[in-house]
Design a protein. Structure first.
Length: 365
């Protein structure tokens, strides 16, 4: 039986949310559960590594290291690095302060030379060098965004929400929910610094609030969700620039509830896009055209809980696990790899789950 580990990032201390709400989480740090790939069930008592608000988790490309944000104010927000032993046990390497408030997303290059942090509250990007043992080196850059958007409640200032590198690891893209822009930066690996490339920045319709980004395996199409607009914008790459070709709602047209989007992720084979909706409390499933990369909605399925902030799939794409932040549950779905559709199976308790990531396989027996 194939076994995997589900790592669960939680809120463990009070945190001021982007909506202005003071949120009090019930978690204790990084929780983990064993997951059966054969049955789609959890079968171990959770283990916990104490940590302050590890609200986003990121694996290095070689899957040897796990990096987490520690979401707090500008003085105490940090990034923590862990090594992963055989069997998936985590051990602490070190941590470094971000210099910007409320880090919410991380990415690393494929050779694990640099780590980039999106600091939502600070409206900035932190860059760290990485050592050969996976630990954090020095902070090599801190890029501050400036300005505001049209929504006085959500866009009173810059709010960097997501960072990702292009397929060559040479350009960093950073979505700013507060400024309605995706900035593009040249990455200098010799100095660990970023330089803005104005001609490659993406400007979004005012008030939409760009959040999550996903790129298809060939690097041809970019899928950008807007948090307040509740849409996904599809871009096609033309040279070094991205050209918009479609914008589609992430929720059904006839919903009556308020909604904001959260995570977006492609299936392992790149044939389907999945988007979580908070308010509608659903996962939207979209097929991706092989001809032009456009999206077609094929399913909206309830997460059977409140506020699905995060979800993840196993490497084979057979299972999807959604984290319902405000109902303290993990919802397990089986996934039809041919049609892309999900089928709800069951739930497991988890204290304030805000990020879930699957590490597999642990072992075979």
């Amino acid at each position: 039986m194939n076994q995997s580990i589900l790592y669960i990032g939680t809120y463990s201390r009070p945190i001021m949310m982007g909506t202005g709400e003071l949120y009090r989480g019930k978690g204790n740090g990084i929780h983990s559960l064993l997951f059966s790939q054969g049955k789609g069930t959890f079968f171990s008592a959770p283990s916990v590594i104490p940590s302050v608000n590890p609200s986003f988790l990121h694996f290095s490309a070689n899957r040897k290291y796990l990096y987490t944000v520690n979401e707090s104010d500008a003085q105490t927000s940090s990034i923590t690095a862990y090594g992963i032993k055989d069997g998936g046990k985590l051990y602490l390497l070190n941590w470094c302060q971000t210099g910007g408030a409320s880090p919410c997303h991380i990415c690393t290059d494929r050779q694990n030379r640099l780590l980039f942090s999106a600091n939502y509250g600070g409206g900035s990007i932190s860059v760290f060098s990485l050592r050969k043992d996976g630990s954090l080196g020095i902070r090599t850059d801190l890029v501050q965004h400036h300005g505001h958007g049209t929504n006085p409640m959500r866009q009173e200032g810059p709010h960097v929400h997501h960072v990702f590198l292009d397929e060559d690891d040479t350009i960093l893209y950073a979505s700013d929910l507060g400024l309605d822009v995706v900035n593009a930066y040249n990455v200098d690996y010799s100095t660990g610094t970023l330089t803005l490339i104005p001609d490659l920045c993406l400007h979004i319709q005012p008030g939409r609030g760009p959040r999550s980004m996903a790129v298809n395996p060939s690097g041809t199409y970019l899928y950008l969700t807007t948090e307040m607009g509740c849409t996904c914008i599809v871009y096609k790459k033309s040279g070094l620039t991205w050209k918009p070709i479609q914008e589609i709602s992430t929720v059904p047209k006839d919903i009556s509830c308020s909604n904001i989007t959260a995570e977006a992720s492609l299936s392992p084979d790149g044939s389907f896009l999945y988007v979580s909706n908070r308010g509608h409390d659903s996962i939207g499933v979209f097929s991706i055209s092989k001809e032009n990369g456009s999206l077609t909605p094929i399913q909206w399925i309830s997460t059977q809980g409140k506020t699905p902030r995060s979800f993840c799939m196993d490497s084979g794409g057979n299972w999807l696990i959604a984290a319902n932040q405000d109902s303290d549950t993990l919802s397990v779905f089986s996934r039809d790899t041919a049609s892309g559709k999900l089928n709800f199976l069951h739930q497991e308790y988890a204290a304030t789950p805000v990020c879930v990531r699957m590490y597999d396989p642990v072992n075979k027996s």
